[in-house]
Design a protein around this ligand. Structure first.
Ligand SMILES: CC(C)=CCC/C(C)=C/CC/C(C)=C/COP(=O)(O)OP(=O)(O)O
Ligand SMILES: [Zn+2]
Length: 480
């Protein structure tokens, strides 16, 4: 397979050099930094492509080095990771998901020790803390659930106490529909995404809690088109992913201004490097390959179904080859692990999100069309990630099937229910347990995921809740 084409380089210049003429006027700290980064990236591209003769196979994902780096990380975290002591489920999730993308599995003993560790991070009154004995927090809760789902065995799923998790989410929701990160903690769109994601993945019937959530998220969309951490702040790729993915999971993506968002995110792919920046006038960074890149599958679905035209193109609306070039040429550390940009050290966060972005760029799946576009060596292909959860597509399917067999779970007390004061499970509207609720729509989607994991041929969009323009969306009936 010869997917490499030098003309697909984003810079499209034969000498791959940084273009100083782009930086007009008095240099600022930011423009000087930008120039420096462009120079180092140009040097990397020149080194690779000026090798004579250049062969496509020369562009290699150094799989075994990355696997060794991740395996080592999973077992022994060096002193430099002490500052992440309150984020240990994150470290586990980043390593496990990256290994999954590299198609590397853990043996039974390794799986068991991860399961035991995450079980010790779970709090008796629900949710997971950043380590054993720590306060429950939505971010490590999201990471722990994703890590357990990535392991994907009944023993791993059984660790998640769904009842206490639902109770924890009920305690974190605010009257306006957003979520606090922890008891007495800050409110932002990350917490909201983490809450919606774990609720959907574990099939918790907590929709009444979320009746105002979509409209709160929509208030985070800025004039630029991206989303900010909370209303009135600056649009950023990380927050934009949280906002759009949460809306999609709530079946309410049509409430966003998707056209403005598409314009914003398409403009975040950098002309010379091919990678993404997180926000306007900032530097390229490998981790945005996922945070920005995963927005395209979500937008593809909404925009094409809205316009109701046949989907004839078989690529996402960004330059997937240019992104792969950036990741393969500039983001692989020679001693294993992936990085933000040339000159940086590897870490597990960047290794996870660069590989996740690589997965999005390689796998186009929409409707009945699927296309694999692997830049460089054939063996560079990584597994397909689910762009809503960032867990392997097959793992999402297995989790849905497992949790579908489990009894329905709803919070014991809707303590902060936005629609009324305190009420108990008996007063939950009947649609929660009825046949026409959001989880049922997800069930239908889970069937699509089944096929996906078997054929790797399916649109993730079919795996997501239906997002047709005027489809019945119970969550749309918010207070606004
Ligand atoms: C699910 C979950 C917890 C998601 C997290 C999403 C995420 C990555 C948010 C980013 C937050 C942010 C404003 C970073 C800016 O950092 P910076 O100023 O160092 O970087 P920049 O210059 O690239 O903007
Ligand atoms: Zn980064």
């Amino acid at each position: 397979m010869d997917h490499f084409d030098q003309s697909s380089l984003w810079c499209c210049r034969e000498d791959f050099s940084a273009d100083k003429s782009q930086h007009h006027g008095v240099p600022t700290v930011t423009s000087k930094e930008q120039m420096k980064v462009e120079e180092s990236i140009s040097a990397y591209y020149q080194f690779i492509y000026n090798k004579k003769p250049f062969k496509t196979e020369d562009l290699k994902l150094e799989r075994s080095r990355h696997v060794a780096y991740l395996r080592h990380g999973l077992k022994n975290l060096s002193k430099s990771f002490e500052f992440l002591d309150a984020s240990r489920p994150w470290l586990v999730y980043w390593c496990l998901h990256a290994l999954h993308l590299l198609e590397e599995s853990l043996d039974l003993d390794e799986q068991q020790s991860v399961i035991d560790f995450l079980a010790r991070c779970q709090c008796s009154d629900g949710g997971f803390g950043g380590g054993p004995g720590q306060l429950a927090h939505l971010a490590p809760t999201f990471a722990a659930v994703n890590a357990l789902v990535t392991i994907g065995t009944p023993a791993a799923f059984a660790v998640i106490n769904r009842q206490s998790l639902a109770d924890f989410l009920a305690r974190m929701v605010t009257a306006e529909g957003s979520f606090r990160m922890h008891e007495g903690g800050e409110v932002d769109i990350r917490g909201t995404y983490c809450a919606v994601s774990v609720a959907r993945l574990c099939r918790l019937a907590i929709h009444p809690l979320m009746s105002r959530t979509a409209s709160w998220i929509v208030h985070c969309q800025t004039y630029e088109g991206g989303f900010s951490g909370s209303p009135g702040l600056e649009a950023h790729g990380g927050y934009t992913f949280c906002g759009l993915a949460a809306l999609a999971l709530l079946d309410c993506q049509h409430l966003a201004d998707n056209n403005r968002l598409l314009r914003w995110v398409a403009s975040r792919q950098m002309r010379l490097s091919g990678g993404f920046q997180g926000r306007t006038n900032k530097l390229v960074d490998g981790c945005y390959s996922f945070w920005q890149g995963a927005l395209f599958p979500l937008l593809h679905h909404t925009l094409t179904s809205r316009d109701n035209h046949a989907d004839t193109d078989s690529c996402w609306l960004f330059h997937c080859e240019a992104l792969q070039n950036y990741l393969l040429v500039c983001c692989q550390h020679p001693s294993g692990g992936l990085i933000d940009k040339p000159g940086k050290s590897p870490d597990f966060y960047h290794t996870c999100y660069t590989l996740s972005g690589l997965s999005i760029a390689q796998h186009f799946c929409y409707g009945n069309t699927s296309k694999l576009s692997v830049v460089g060596h054939d063996a560079n292909e990584v597994a397909m990630t689910h762009p809503l959860y960032n867990v392997g597509m097959s793992a999402v399917h297995a989790a849905k099937s497992y949790f579908m067999q489990q009894p329905d779970v709803q919070p014991s007390v809707f303590s902060a229910s936005p629609s009324s004061a305190t009420h108990n499970a008996n007063q939950v509207p009947s649609r929660v347990n009825g046949t026409n609720n959001c989880n049922d729509r997800m069930d239908a989607s889970a069937d699509a995921v089944t096929e996906a994991s078997q054929r790797l041929h399916i649109s993730f969009a079919q795996a997501a809740p239906s997002v047709t323009p005027n489809s019945g969306c119970s969550l749309r009936q918010g207070p606004d």
